[in-house]
Ligand binder design. Structure first.
Ligand SMILES: Nc1ncnc2c1ncn2[C@@H]1O[C@H](COP(=O)(O)OP(=O)(O)O)[C@@H](O)[C@H]1O
Ligand SMILES: [Mg+2]
Length: 401
């Protein structure tokens, strides 16, 4: 590795890399719409904060390789290589290998479902559905109807396992985090937003920022990535973002996907660039079965909800056209339904049902357990596991699996 020469706010790195790694790196970066220099910078940053020893990469016959790093990173990397007693070539090879591992192709991570709970209207139940659905998916399996009647059925129930589920609190208001007893990450501290907008400054792997929701019924399968106060600045940050802004969320969450079967995202009540990045993240990936990932839309049985739904769908359609993607609407949840409100409520419900696509996954009443669980900052399925609301959430989970 030769000395760096200055190149604006970047420095030239000249080293060697095995041809196969270099080839895979180029292809993967193109697949993820990332520059090779950003991929290498991210890999080196991840390598520097990686606490476990990494496997040695065979660098015999490595060929010359050059790229540009953010100013200062080269010196820090050199120091770390010396401290760890590895050559720069080995350090670079490990960094690139680590980046490839943490940034799988869409096909490799196709098994992680992405569910976006969204509606720009506030108060319709996005947060309630995100939390309930995630808990129902992660919950220790319960015998299905009929299972308990024979030993084969019981064995079948035991063999099913709850899923590894991540809730992402993507709403700057942080209601989801708060309801589960967590504070939003304070302004200026590292968060999902850092990993989206300033990846090279990130010091902590995103997985380390996730928090386990402790309850025996979830094992250690249910986690949350708490909200960040800085999310208020996400839309303006994305306006100035120099990379592919629509893929900013996907790139940030890629390293988490190998750890989870499902990622459920509590979307903000807005239709800005942050939401575009979320919709893009929920698109149907190459090779993914239709209806696996996509949008779950809580609505109410009233006219303003229908208008809001129309606006959301317009945005989804224009994004789908711009990026030539498919975004599946997995279903609607008609929430806080009260037929005693009369004709407006009943006729609105009929309209939602008559859409057919997306299907109505559940019709949920105005239920006290939902509000109580929120007030007590307890997961609904732990607080009132046999309540109608808990069963509604299990029904939504069942309809989606
Ligand atoms: N089915 C329900 N029954 C009773 N209260 C509900 C129900 N769904 C949501 N709520 C309450 O309504 C309020 C708004 O719901 P929330 O999920 O925060 O909406 P959003 O995330 O769309 O703004 C919260 O206080 C929540 O506890
Ligand atoms: Mg909310």
């Amino acid at each position: 590795m030769t000395s760096p020469t200055s190149g604006g706010d970047r420095e030239k790195l000249t080293s060697k890399l095995p041809a196969s790694l270099r080839h895979t790196l180029k292809i993967r970066a193109a697949q993820l719409s990332t520059d090779v220099q950003d991929a290498v910078s991210d890999g080196i940053t991840a390598w520097r904060i990686h606490s476990e020893p990494l496997p040695t990469v065979d660098t015999a016959g490595a060929e010359s390789f050059g790229t540009w790093l953010p100013e200062g990173l080269y010196d820090e990397f050199k120091q770390d290589c010396a401290t760890r007693g590895v050559s720069y070539i080995q350090g670079l090879a490990q960094s690139v290998a680590l980046w490839l591992e943490q940034n799988p192709t869409a096909e490799e991570s196709a098994s992680t479902r992405r569910i976006l709970v969204c509606n720009q209207k506030g108060g319709v139940g996005k947060t309630a559905v995100t939390a309930g659905l995630a808990q129902a998916l992660a919950e220790e399996p319960r015998p299905a109807q009929g299972d308990a009647e024979d030993t084969v059925g019981l064995a079948r129930a035991a063999a099913r396992s709850g899923l590894r589920v991540l809730m992402v609190d993507y709403d700057p208001q942080g209601h989801l985090s708060h309801q589960l007893g967590l504070r939003a990450i304070p302004a200026g501290s590292e968060s999902l937003i850092t990993h989206m907008l300033n990846r090279e400054q990130a010091q902590t792997p995103l997985m380390d920022l996730t928090v386990v929701i402790e309850d025996k019924r979830f094992g250690d399968r249910l986690r949350i990535l708490p909200a960040a106060f800085d999310a208020f600045l996400l839309d303006s940050g994305l306006t100035m973002f120099r990379g592919p802004r629509h893929a900013a969320l996907e790139r940030a969450l890629a390293s988490l996907e190998p750890h989870f079967d499902v990622i459920v995202l509590d979307a903000p009540p807005s239709l800005g660039l942050a939401m575009d990045a979320a919709i893009y993240y929920g698109r149907r990936r190459d090779g993914e079965k239709p209806g696996t990932s996509g949008l779950v839309i809580p609505v109410e049985a009233e006219d303003t909800s229908a208008q809001a739904y129309g606006m959301l769908i317009n945005q989804v359609h224009s994004l789908a056209t711009d990026y030539d993607i498919d975004v599946d609407q997995l279903g609607l949840v008609v929430n806080k339904y009260d037929s005693r409100r009369g004709y407006i409520a009943t006729s609105s419900l009929d309209k939602w049902k008559s859409l057919g696509t997306p299907p109505v996954l559940a019709v949920i009443g105005d239920l006290k357990e939902q509000r109580e669980a929120v007030r007590l900052q307890r997961p609904l399925l732990a607080y009132a596991p046999e309540s109608d609301q808990a069963h509604n959430m299990r029904e939504i989970a069942r309809r989606l699996t």
